[in-house]
Design a binder for this molecule. Structure first.
Ligand SMILES: C[S@@+](CC[C@H](N)C(=O)[O-])C[C@H]1O[C@@H](n2cnc3c(N)ncnc32)[C@H](O)[C@@H]1O
Length: 687
């Protein structure tokens, strides 16, 4: 303790002349504390779980040991040292100082239990032991703090009850200047609280939609998302607290994890070697035998001799899941349809023990180089790397594989921490493009599977997206189009996939699929579904068309019904418009819906109305058919929000694989020329 004091004296010596002057002028101020500061210190002690009695005994001892001169020196300390004084519990007062009541005095402010030397008070007399008195005083103080805390809480609750919701326009204006994140954060918490107990906490003049709109705007500016994606996440996590957890998790990195390459090394041996290199590693989770988590490392994880020798692959734990679900067997014919850079491919090869045949495909030629590099490094020698659009496999290798992994290209909404640009770059068009390609790929993948494979016929579909449009809706689309069924993934972690989402309903078996979230599982957001192909025969077009028709009629009936309801409600609503702003919004919405329904019906009309000015005959019929098809396709694409699983799919532009060096017209011309030349030659010979 003496050392501590000396330091403080030294600090006093260092103090600026001004502060020293101040201290000399007002020596009493050394021991003075604002009541707040005192409370803080006391609260700190309570929090730390210090036994106050013990501490005080120590301090009293120190006081007795210290020479008075030393104590006087302390008067020269500057303000910064107040806390140090506090810790040592020296108090200088005349026994009536208000500030001191909290600590050692009774309610009258007089210090009864202390003797005073030079104005400093010490615990010496009275019947009770000083330690008991101090303990009692502390209890009292604690009680007071608790009381104040309770009062503050009540005040907060009262404040929350009167929380005023700004309008969306006000928020937009606020955002034009530099947004105050503290205010926004508080408002987010307030709105979430109101939404959690809407009936009691709402402002009666404001609707839930208004609260939700304000929340969305604030979340967008707090976390940096665009409106579209935030809307999607709000649909996904209607619970405000969970939404915040998810958004926070998206701003924080996941743990660094690696997969031991069982083709070359055992996990135990790899861990030993890496620890010797200065890496702090541990088994990553109880559900994987090959994953290791790297807590910290003195060497770059991607440049150790073990890495270069192919003993491990740097992979997120989520990457292990689809391969585990696929469970490839030695000797299988396996296709990894979208495999670059080859992390999952090399895991598949390891499970196949480098036997059988593994096709590692990717549409990007550049990314195929990465597959080749990784497969070489990891010692994979049962793989054929190919560079095709996945859509081609149904044609070039129908019913040709025992197992297929389709780790589809996606929006990446599960790995936002890796690429923050996703927050603003994803819009409805982008997501629509994604799920369109995903549907094409999943159909092609299923058609490439052999349903009669003795131990296979399995397709695993996975994405690193959390959006339902790219996951359950795509799998549901497949179930409606092909003879196949969902089977359990065999994965012990993950939450069940959606069978219903907002107004949409999926096949009940979709609960067998698995979802992963960063805030729940501390791995990247991910989705895994395992599908068994039941028959190699394609579902007849007739059956698919009938299903489509059925759904379409149901849909149009619903719309008509909604339109009729609107008609009958119209007059009543107009009255409401004048009296109730909330209802106003509602009727607007209904009108919009009606408009939409009308537009859709007119679309239907386009489809069904007889085509004019085309004429008759076979050609005209064909033209008519094509027009109908084009109109239907356009309508389906326009409407397609990702859940319209029976609609036509917009074909993505096919990647051009081989380009003929001679243009078509030139080729035709050359053909004609050579025929002419040959004819000339023949004629010449004849002559
Ligand atoms: C999610 S990544 C695959 C990651 C890989 N499975 C792994 O674990 O290392 C999606 C890949 O699909 C590829 N891709 C995109 N469209 C494709 C298509 N039509 N056919 C095949 N591959 C495609 C992309 O080039 C990208 O490499």
């Amino acid at each position: 303790m003496a050392i501590v004091k000396k330091k403080k004296v030294a600090a006093a010596a260092k103090a600026t002349p001004e502060s020293t002057k101040k201290a000399v002028k007002r020596p009493v101020s050394e021991g003075e504390q604002t009541p707040k500061k005192k409370k803080k210190v006391a609260a700190k002690k309570v929090q730390n779980g210090d036994t106050p009695a013990k501490k005080k005994v120590k301090k009293a001892k120190v006081v007795e040991e210290e020479p008075i001169e030393e104590v006087e020196k302390l008067q020269l300390m500057d303000d910064d040292d107040e806390e140090g004084l506090n810790e040592l519990n020296f108090t200088q007062h005349d026994g009536s100082d208000d500030d001191l009541r909290d600590d050692y005095s009774d309610d009258d402010g007089k210090c009864h239990s202390h003797s005073r030397i030079n104005g400093f008070c010490f615990d010496l007399d009275d019947d009770d032991l000083p330690i008991e008195k101090k303990s009692a005083a502390l209890d009292k103080k604690k009680e007071k703090i608790m009381k104040e805390g309770e009062e503050e809480l009540q005040l907060n609750i009262a404040n929350q009850a009167t929380f005023e919701l700004p309008t969306v326009e006000e928020i937009e204006n606020e955002m034009k200047s530099v947004p105050n994140l503290e205010i926004i954060k508080q408002r987010i918490a307030d709105v979430i609280q109101v939404l959690g107990d809407f009936r009691n906490r709402r402002d009666p003049a404001k609707s839930r939609t208004q609260y939700v709109e304000v929340l969305k705007k604030d979340l967008c500016s707090q976390y940096g998302y665009n409106d579209y994606l935030m809307g999607k996440f709000m649909d996904l996590f209607p619970n405000g607290a969970e939404l915040l957890e998810f958004l926070e998790a998206n701003d924080n990195p996941r743990p660094v994890t690696i997969r031991a390459n069982s083709l070359k090394v055992k996990r135990r041996d790899l861990a030993k070697n890496l620890i010797n290199r200065g890496m702090n590693v541990d088994p990553a989770a109880d559900w994987t035998k090959v994953g290791l988590v790297v807590y910290d490392s003195q060497v770059p994880v991607g440049a150790t001799p073990e890495y270069l020798a192919g003993h491990y692959m740097i992979q997120g734990l989520n990457s292990l899941l689809p391969v585990m679900a696929l469970a490839p067997q030695p000797g299988d014919r396996v296709l990894d349809m979208c495999s670059a850079p080859g992390g999952k491919t090399s895991h598949i090869a390891a499970l196949m023990k480098n036997s059988g045949t593994l096709f590692a495909n990717d549409a990007s030629f550049d990314r195929c180089r990465a597959i080749i590099g990784n497969l070489h490094r990891l010692g994979v020698n049962n793989a054929v790397v190919c560079n095709l659009g996945g859509e081609e496999f149904a044609k070039i290798r129908p019913n040709g594989f025992d197992r297929i992994l389709l780790d589809a290209p996606c929006s990446g909404t599960g790995v936002i921490w890796k690429d923050q640009s996703v927050k603003t770059s994803k819009d409805s068009q982008d997501v629509q493009r994604r799920h369109t390609v995903q549907r094409q790929l999943i159909l092609s993948a299923l058609d490439s599977l052999d349903a009669n494979s003795p131990n296979g016929g399995y397709l695993v579909y996975s994405t690193c997206s959390v959006l339902v449009e790219e996951n359950e809706a795509v799998v549901n689309f497949l179930l409606e189009r092909r003879h196949c069924e969902l089977v359990p993934t065999g994965l012990s972690i993950g939450v069940d996939g959606y069978t219903r989402f907002r107004d949409y309903r999926f096949h009940p078996s979709l609960s067998m699929t698995k979802r992963y979230y960063p805030h729940v599982h501390n791995i990247d957001g991910f989705y895994v579904a395992k599908i068994k192909k039941l028959s190699n025969a394609k579902m007849s077009k007739q059956a698919v068309l009938e299903k489509e028709k059925e759904k379409a009629t149901q849909k149009s009936q619903k719309k008509k019904q909604a339109a009729e309801d609107n008609d009958s409600d119209d007059s009543g609503e107009e009255e409401e418009v004048t009296t109730n702003g909330q209802a106003n919004g509602k009727s607007e919405k209904k009108k919009k819906q009606k408009k939409g329904a009308d537009a859709d019906e007119s679309d239907d009309d386009v489809e069904t109305a007889p085509m004019k000015n085309i004429g008759s005959g076979a050609r005209a019929n064909k033209k008519r058919r094509n027009q109908k098809k084009a109109a239907a396709k356009q309508a389906a694409v326009q409407e397609d929000d990702g859940f319209n699983t029976v609609g036509n799919i917009k074909r993505a532009k096919k990647p051009t694989q081989f380009k003929s060096k001679v243009p078509k017209r030139a080729a035709a011309r050359t053909g004609a020329k050579s025929i002419k030349n040959r004819r000339k030659k023949v004629l010449a010979k004849q002559q």
